[in-house]
Design a protein around this ligand. Structure first.
Ligand SMILES: [Fe+2]
Length: 198
């Protein structure tokens, strides 16, 4: 598959609604297990926010839409699409999936809602100056993680959620820092500093 051509030439089915088009995309790209994870994330996200439930649900469904691009191709595809790449992303291209997802959401799904694009773009790392919408998607992705079993940080994260979403996010980020995180993305570092200051 030529990933760049696929993205550039993708057309939505005008006879179907957005959710059906999203399901079609995961089906066509053979990433139905990612779709199931995204569905779980969407359901968690709307529990965490009282204002933008519809947009958060869609952001949840779409946040990992770039999963069909293998990690080994993410750098090359990002370069071909003129996506700005940080040094840390060059070293650890897995991290590029959040920017690639945001690109695909704009290009293929014609969604330009700033809060949706921002949250998808930082759903793995969070960022400095994050919004409540960013925080809700970030946390939902950690609660409904994409790996088997129960996340080791989950019970502490859920307890902290009783105080605030910020406290819960810090539980997850501290877990990463205490468990041999390979590359520290600068957005994650800024988010951590900001959360600690609060
Ligand atoms: Fe995810």
């Amino acid at each position: 598959m030529d990933y760049v051509d696929f993205i550039k030439e993708y057309h939505l089915d005008k006879h179907k609604n957005l959710e059906s088009n999203i399901a079609d995309f995961y089906r066509q790209t053979n990433t139905l297990s990612t779709y199931r994870h995204c569905w779980d994330v969407a359901k968690e996200a709307i529990k965490l926010d009282n204002w933008f439930k519809e947009d958060l649900y869609i952001a949840g469904l779409l946040h990992d839409i770039s999963a069909f691009i293998p990690t080994s191709c993410r750098l090359e595809v990002s370069q071909a699409l003129n996506i700005p790449i940080l040094e840390e992303e060059q070293e650890f291209p897995l991290l590029l999936h959040q920017k690639l997802s945001a690109y695909i959401v704009k290009k293929c799904f014609k969604i330009n809602d700033a809060k949706t694009i921002s949250a998808i773009k930082c759903h793995t790392t969070l960022r400095g100056n994050f919004t409540d919408f960013d925080l809700a998607l970030f946390l939902a992705d950690k609660i409904a993680w994409d790996q088997p079993g129960i996340p080791p940080y989950l019970s502490k994260l859920e307890t902290s959620l009783n105080s605030s979403k910020e406290a819960a996010a810090l539980v997850y980020i501290d877990y990463l820092f205490n468990n041999g995180i390979k590359i520290i993305h600068p957005w994650l570092r800024s988010a951590k500093e900001e959360l600690e200051a609060k």
